[in-house]
Write a protein that binds this ligand. Structure first.
Ligand code: SAM
Length: 503
């Protein structure tokens, strides 16, 4: 008995010792020593994006690290549209379409070739007042008797729009061999990234990461190879001058530097929520799809369903397929649909949710619009959450293989899209490899495998009227467009690229 007692005492004593000499997880010394996955992500970004974005990285970094993040509200077309719009406007929010049209009128009127260039200050003031006018006129429409305003007429712009759309019609192009095609094809020189200019930093950045417990090494430089390989490929680039807002896609935002929050949405008369909040840059890939009545749309990587829902809000698609590879995430798409779509029965033969690997979807020539919102390093998320962080050691291999996966998904989209159809590729990463790099790789692969002809849409002109809300960073981009987070409009990053198959 005494022996047993002694044994127990010794064990207890040992435990006490352990307690005495082990600091708790929240002790300063433990906290100081422990490097989080978020720290690792930030270190990686500092090294990599510091090189790519140069001086701009400091501001991007500050915005990315802010706790709060700016959203836009998308009015739920399955609820009481007019009431919701009116309430959001009373709250001080503005319709993105109104902002776009107002700025477009202004830009059309004051373009340099019309020799009406003004000094920047005067111009900014004028734009501010035009926006304010548009805001008043929006309020007018709800409080007709109490307000008088000098609302901006958009009629002239609609006429212009028609002309522009017509002049953008695609013309058949003559087929050539790859070599001659690459030499002769009309390339917009402004969009070319020369390897001896700004990107040298990118090519030089070659940290190696050892995967513990495995005998192989993965060099980060391997995935930089993607960028180099795709960068050598040339494709036709065509200007797009206008962004069309579908009638039922009502997106509300607060202006730059206004960080007001939208109140929580309530349920309307049809039993579904009034609106949903999205990162302000997430609406751009959907707008780039240029949805038209009767479209047959595939959202290849759809979960949790934010962009699927925006597509659905337009009422445009004859068929919409929302696909994701993950069972648990497919459930989230169903949840989103249940929360926001009223009268789901009417959509049974139009809306389908599938669970497939997007690399192997083989419904060729079925879809005329495909959204490819791929998995990526989720650059904002990895700086704010340890949960399933892409920078945790167990995910190194997955992280370094992301561009390969992205390129395979995009390549498949480009292979199955019908002739005349549009593919929009998007990521929420700042990485040129995951963005233009993957686009270049996919275009090259599709050309080699199928001889299909793709053109990339240069949307800079079309996006100009939104530059009061989005900072589009054009450094080192050959194909797509990227929204950079700023303190005044803290959304993004969001890269997107619009590609059309013309043969
Ligand atoms: N588009 C979504 C939205 O707006 O809510 C976000 C998509 S998220 C960036 C990427 C998604 O791709 C994830 O839900 C992930 O499960 C899915 N995914 C990853 N690999 C995939 C694959 N091979 N095929 C299809 N989906 C995939």
């Amino acid at each position: 008995m005494a022996r047993l007692f002694n044994k127990l005492t010794i064990r207890e004593l040992a435990k006490m010792q352990a307690v005495r000499y082990t600091n708790k997880a929240d002790h300063w010394s433990v906290i100081r020593k422990k490097k989080t996955h978020m720290d690792k992500a930030l270190k990686h970004f500092d090294e990599f994006y510091g090189n790519v974005y140069g001086k701009s990285w400091k501001d991007i970094r500050t915005a990315l690290l802010m706790e709060t993040h700016k959203y836009m509200a998308v009015v739920n077309s399955f609820s009481d549209i007019d009431r919701i719009k009116s309430e959001l406007e009373t709250h001080g929010a503005m319709n993105l379409k109104t902002i776009y049209e107002t700025y477009k009128v202004y830009l059309d009127e004051y373009t340099p070739n019309k020799k009406k260039k003004r000094k920047k200050q005067t111009r900014d003031k004028q734009v501010e007042s035009t926006i304010a006018d548009a805001q008043v006129s929006a309020i007018d429409s709800h409080y007709l008797s109490d307000y008088t305003s000098s609302s901006v007429s958009l009629n002239s712009m609609n006429e212009d729009e028609d002309t522009v759309v017509e002049s953008q019609a695609l013309k058949p192009i003559e087929m050539k061999s790859i070599e001659s095609n690459l030499n002769e094809i009309m390339v917009d020189e402004n969009r070319i990234v020369y390897s001896n200019t700004g990107l040298s930093g990118l090519y030089e950045f070659v940290p190696a990461t050892k995967i513990k417990g495995m005998e192989d090494w993965i060099l980060e430089s391997q995935h930089y190879g993607y960028y180099k390989e795709g960068a050598d490929f040339s494709t036709k680039i065509e200007k797009e001058v206008i962004l069309t807002f579908p009638q039922y896609l009502n997106i509300y935002t607060f202006e730059e530097d206004n960080d007001s929050k939208f109140p929580s949405p309530k349920k309307g008369s049809t039993g579904v929520l009034d609106y949903y909040l999205l990162d302000g840059a997430s609406v751009l890939p959907t707008l780039a799809l240029d949805l038209q009545p009767g479209d047959v749309v595939l959202d290849m990587c759809a979960a949790p369903g934010g962009k699927t829902l925006s597509i659905l809000q337009t009422f445009m698609p004859r068929t919409l397929v929302a696909n994701d590879i993950s069972k648990s995430r497919v459930k989230r798409i169903h949840n989103v649909i249940n929360q926001f779509v009223a009268g789901i029965g009417q959509w049974h033969d139009r809306l389908h949710v599938t669970e497939q690997d997007a690399r192997f979807i083989d419904d060729k020539d079925t879809y005329n619009k495909i959204l490819v919102d791929v998995p990526c390093t989720t650059d904002r998320h990895v700086l704010h959450s340890e949960d399933n962080n892409m920078f945790k050691p167990q995910r190194i291999r997955e992280r370094l293989q992301i561009p390969e996966l992205q390129a395979a998904i995009l390549t498949n989209a480009l292979k199955i899209i019908s002739v005349g159809g549009t593919v929009v590729y998007s990521t929420c990463s700042l990485s040129p490899i995951q963005n233009d790099g993957v686009v270049g790789m996919a275009l090259k692969k599709v050309w080699e495998d199928t001889n299909s002809i793709m053109i990339v849409k240069d949307m800079r002109e079309a996006l100009k009227p939104l530059s009061c809300l989005y900072k589009f960073h054009d450094f080192a981009l050959k194909y797509g467009h990227i929204v950079i987070p700023t303190l005044g409009n803290n959304w993004g990053p969001m890269y997107f690229c619009k590609i059309m198959r013309i043969r």
